[in-house]
Structures are given as structure tokens and as C-alpha cells.
Ligand binder design. Sequence first.
Ligand code: PEP
Ligand code: MG
Length: 829
Amino acid sequence: GHALVPYGQGRIRGLDAGELGTHGIAMDRLVALGLPVVPGLTVPAGAAGTLCEPETARAALELVEQLSGRQIGDRGRPLLLRLSASASTEVAGLPPDLACIGVTAANAGDLCAVIGREEALYEVWAATVRMIAEYALDVPGPELDDALLDAPDPKARVDALLSTIARHGARPFPDDPAEQLALAARAVRGRWASPRARRSRKAQRLPADLGIALHVQAVRIGPSDLSGYGTAVSRHPESGRFAPQGSFFRGVRRSAPPPHTGEPLEKIGGGITLLEHSLLTLERHLHAPVSVDFEVRDGEVSLLAASAQSHPPLRASVCLAADLAGDGTLRPEEAVRRVGPAQVQELLHPRLRLTGAEELLVQGLPASPGAAAGAIVLSSERALELGAAGTPAVLVAHETTPADVPGMLAASAVLTGSGGIASHAAVVARGAGRPAVCGAEGLRVDRAAGTVRIGDRLLREGDPVSLDGRTGTVYAGTLPVTLADPPPELSTLLEWADGVRRLGVRVNADTAAEVNTAVALGAEGVGLCRTEHQFLGERLPLIRRVILAADPDARTEALLALEHAQHEDFRALLSAVGDRPVTVRLLDAPLHEFLPAPGDAGDDAAEQRAAALREANPMLGLRGVRLALLHEGLYPAQAEALFTAWADVAATGVRPELEVMIPLVSLPEELAAAAAYVRGAAEAVASRTGVEVPYRLGTMIETPRAALMAAELAEHAEFFSFGTNDLTQLTYGFSRDDVERQVLASYLDRGFLTASPFARLDPHGVGALIALAAERARRVRPDIKLGVCGEHGGDPESIALCDELGLDYVSCSAHRVPVARMAAAHSAL
Ligand code: PEP
Ligand code: MG
């Protein structure tokens, strides 16, 4: 019947995992793959009880003798048996292996002589005897514990156990190997049936009566210099490349993990070739990084167990996926399926190397991924000083303003006490690829005193902190940072991902440098150039002068200066863009970000003009197209600079696909008026330079009304870009700048929301508005191009939603472009 099934014959005999156990299945697979396995057999779960009978045990023993070509008791080439158990799935709490069955008073001396190290044998034998005593011979555990107390070495432990069994056991420990095996089977099954083991299965939601298969394996004893055992994984954990790693131990294999780390694999000598071949074959078969247990017998390797590695290092999985598709084992899209956007993100950003002993200062919002350590600086000036000196700095502020941008760029990381993940600090940090933690509760900056209070900790400017912008954690001190060093295989996978995805991926970039970074990371074009970002830092006065101009002459002069500066910016930007598409958004300058602080305007008259412009709700006030309609020279100046720059660049042979975009529109009339400014500028440039600049005109959809008026807006717009930051802000009525701190924190706690809608696009409300706008717009203009350029464009779940909504592209910060490419591919798979 099926009572004794040699390794490799289970499936041939029609047995499944329930009968063969995971180990039987694994050994079958190894045999089928032609790999060397240790000789042995399985007693299927349904027949496992029969192994407790001496006749079956004797038959099993003889079969293993036959399979291994050795005999128990042979002095020159001795053999022992190992008994193990496995269930149909991986289970915690399996009985330990009994690794030393067949030692008798008569052969122990010979065995020790062959191995060359007495303790190696006795240690393993003692463990076997103890379990048999407790679970098959009914010796009370405490008696056994007492007996072991005074035993000075492994041999003495065996002697003590044997005499305790003689005194307290149901019968003496047998000298006959077959009887030992029968008792060992009884012990393993007894342990599996114990109340403790049943409780453990219940906790794992496994049936209490789950069966186990038993496995009898040959233990071929040999001299320690040529024999031993070990474990190996297929890939190097750091590089991810195929490069077997592991440990080799001399002597008899224990059931407990060895107490020391063992020797490197090279020590097994020529057998390593077969080991490597086995690992490679298994990877090709299991499509996963693999681990094996192996035995070395007289220099020859055979496998004891093999499986897909649990929790393989990320780099190993990524490199393997690329390798498998590279050699045709997988199709490229199958390889892409194996690497998710979160894993791409993990490979691309530096991280803190944590040991668990760090002091967590504060947990804030994960505003921009990456990790850095540096000295606290409390001003942009100080950040610039340290930056110039090459000293890493962490810019700490209550919140940041456009004036802080140069400091943010000079710093290695940014930490703010207020502000959400769509706040100024977060957006700028993500764009620049600086890690940032925002909205860190309880952070108090005292610039005058040069101190930061975080909870009850008082830190001074210059004190070191470390932060991880992916998790939002901030630690005291300088922690080691693991730099991002993605394997080249990632680029290959991303190229395959590009072949899979439908959705385009563009970048939100304001400068030529950002465009270059993004193009290298795979961006297909620029989805949003925020022109107001070209006036940050020391260029702020250029916009300020336009807004605060005392009279028409001053305004004209200010506009000329602005146009001149923009011309240079655009030329650099368009050259970097090349023949790709580029969406340039005309100015969307929220006034509060560009007005001088009270007292800083210059003279009294300017002070008064500034005061008159201050608003209670600046994000709902004079910004976007509204500012352009009040300062009518603004958009023409920008558009002329842009078109002139295009003509300049076209003369060098590149033709960027120019898209001019109007922000914060709610009324079709606003868009029509702004479009007229742009057309006028194009005509002016054409008559001045003779170049008719080809461009498309479009609008952002950032207000609920704009979404609802999509049909009317589409009359004037050749493309829409959904500004989901503002659209989310205005749809919920949640301030994008600071709602996270209290309201969202509470809503997340209550389970009203599972993520900030500024991080993950709300599919029900905001998503419905986008769907509605897309539908209405396409009815008017079927070929209208639709994209998303809010911060959601870099979030995998939001990207999947954009794909479902049938948008044409997403646009995100440069450093998230690879994540977006992979997310778009996964959405299409
Ligand atoms: C938006 O609102 O989503 C957007 C992209 O514009 P900004 O973030 O510049 O307001
Ligand atoms: Mg906006």
C-alpha cells in the first residue's frame, strides 16, 4: 500500500500535500527536478500511526538502508535515522526532529570514532532520548529535568537519561534501532497530540485534528572534515544577485539551530557546484529566491529541504524577477507583476538604519520620502551657511514660506511643526527630493533663543537629529543612513512596466535641473511647471513689485523685469524638455506667500498697498487667474516670455510640445479672458520674431465649479489638468495647509477616513467630480487631453484610480516618477 513512500514517489502514487506533508512535497519536487536528495521516505499522514508498530518501523529502516546503500551498525560506513514530521501547510509548533535514531551501546563507540568528536554525537542523541522518554515511555518531565541537572557533559546526560528511563519509564530504552524508530514515531505523534500543541493549532486557526506525515531520513555518518550540514540562500542580501550565501557546520545535524554561525560555504569544497546548480534550478522552478538545507557526505552535497525563502530581501526579489524574465523563464509583464510600486519606492529612497535603541523625538506626517541626519538649523541663512560648508543640516521651522526655499534646498531635510502633506514645505521638499516630516505635533521653534522644544526635550540649533520622511519619524542624534542604490535591474523592470501601462507619466518640474532628473527617471514630459516657483527666494521681489506697483509706469517696469527673468527660465526649461510635452502654468501666486510681512514693504505707501491686499482667506482669494484679471499685464508678459523662449529654442532644433495652462478657474469667462491674453501674446511674438509658436491652451480643474462646468470650459480648453490639491481642499472644505493636524488626525482615529484625502485621491467625492468633468468635457471635445497634476499623481492607489477614470496621464514630482511608472503598470496588469 502507501505506508512507505520513498522520496520522489509521492505524486507518482497519486498522493497530495495532505498525505505527504510539505516536506514530502518538497522532496518530491527536488527529485523531479533531478536534484540530489538525502535518501529517505515518507509515511503518509493517513498511515503515520503504523510507524509506531515495530514491524512497519523495521520495514522503514530496511527501506532506508536500501535507499542509502548503508546499514545501521556498519562500522566503516555507519548509518543512523532521522525522524521528522510535516503537515499539509507550514505550521508553527511541529514536533522537533529526532535526529539520532539507531545509536546503541554496541555502536556508539564506533560512531564517535568515525565522527571524531564525541560531544557532537552525544548532544544530538541526548535530545532524541529525552523526547522519546517523555512522550513515548511516560517518564515525567520533572524527573528528566532533575536527571540532567548534574550531568557535566553530553555523554553524562545520555547516561543520566537512560538510567532515569530504567527507573521511571514504562520500559527500558530499547537497543534495537527498529524499536527505537517505533518509539520515536510514538513520541512525535504524542507531542503533536498534546494539549499544548492542540492549543497552538487552535490559535493558528488550524483544525485540531490536522494530520502529520512522518519522514524517515538517512543520516550517513562520516568524518567531520568531510561531512556536515548547512543552510544556504540563493542570493546575496545586499546586492540581490545570484550568489549563494550560507553556513556550513561539521558533525551531526542537530534539530535545534546550531549555537555558532558556522563556516562559509566555500568550505564544503567541490560540492558547492552542485549546491549552486540546485539553487539556480529551484529559483527557475519556484520563481522566488530560495533557501535549502543540505548535507555534505564525504564531500558530496545532497538536499534535506528546499523552499521559497520567507521574507527575501527586496533587492533579491527584484533582481530575480529581472533575471527570470531576462532568460525567458517569465514574460516581462509577469516580472513586472512581482515588483510593486511600494518596493520601487523603497529601493529609491535612502533610509535610516535602525537598531531599536534610538530615541524617538516625535512622529509627524510622512511628507516627503527619504532619510537624512544633520544638525538642526532654524533659518534659511544658517542652512545656506552649513550647506556651503558641506555640513548636513535639517531645517526646522514652524512652517515654511517661499522665502525659505533656498534654505530648504541647501538643507538635507526639512521638519515643520505645522502643515500637512500638501503644504508648502511638503510640496517643495518632494519636488526637490528632500526628505521631510511635517505637522510634527508639539514642536515649538524659538528662533530668537535658537532652540526647538519637542515634547519635553529642548534642542539647540546645531544639535543632531535624524528623520525618515517615508515614516514621519524623527530621532535624536545622528543615525546611520543607508543610501539609495537601486540595482540596474530596476531600470530594466521599469522599462518593461512602460510597455505594460496605458497611463502616461509626467513630472511636476519648475527648473531645467528638475526636468533633467525626471527625464533620467523616465518622465515623458512636464505635466506642471508652476511658474510662481521661479520667483522664490531672492527673486520674490519681482512679483512683489508687480503686485505693489505704485503707478502704471512702475508696473510696466516691474512687468518687464519679470518678463526678462522668465525668458531665461523658460529657455532653460524648454531646452531640457526637448521634443517632449510641457505644460507651463501661468502664475498662481497666493498673495500671502508673496506679500511682504508687515513692516517689510519699504515705504509707507507700499506698506498701505500691501495692507489693503491682505486677505482673511488667501487660498480662496486673489490668486490664480483672478490675479491675472486684476493685473492685466501679468499673463501677457509671461506668455510673451514663454513664446519667445520657444522660438529661441526652436532655432536650435528642438520643438517642445507646448501647453499653456490657466490656474484656478471657476468661470468659463475667466478662461476666455485669459485665453485672449495668451493669444495676444502669441500674435505679438509672431509679428516680432516671425515664428508662429504652436501651442495648446488648457485649464486646471481645481474648483468644484470648474468640474461641473467642464463642458463650457472645454469650449475654450484643449486640455484639462486636474489640480487635485485644490480640488480636494475645496470639495471637502478642508484646508490643505493644516487640516491634517487636528481634524484629519481625529477622523483617521475614528475610522471616518483611512488616509488623508490629500495623500490618497478620494474616489467617491473628488473622484466622482473628475469622472463627471471628464465625461462632460469629452462630449464637447472628444480628443481633449486629461491629466492630474496634484500631489496624488505620485501615489500608487490614486494612480490606479486615474487609470480607471480613463485619464491620459498623471504628473508627479521627479523622485516619484519611477513609482508612478510602476503603479500605472500594475493598474494595467
Ligand atoms: C493643485 O491644486 O493640485 C495643483 C497642482 O496646484 P498647486 O498645488 O500649485 O495649487
Ligand atoms: Mg492648485
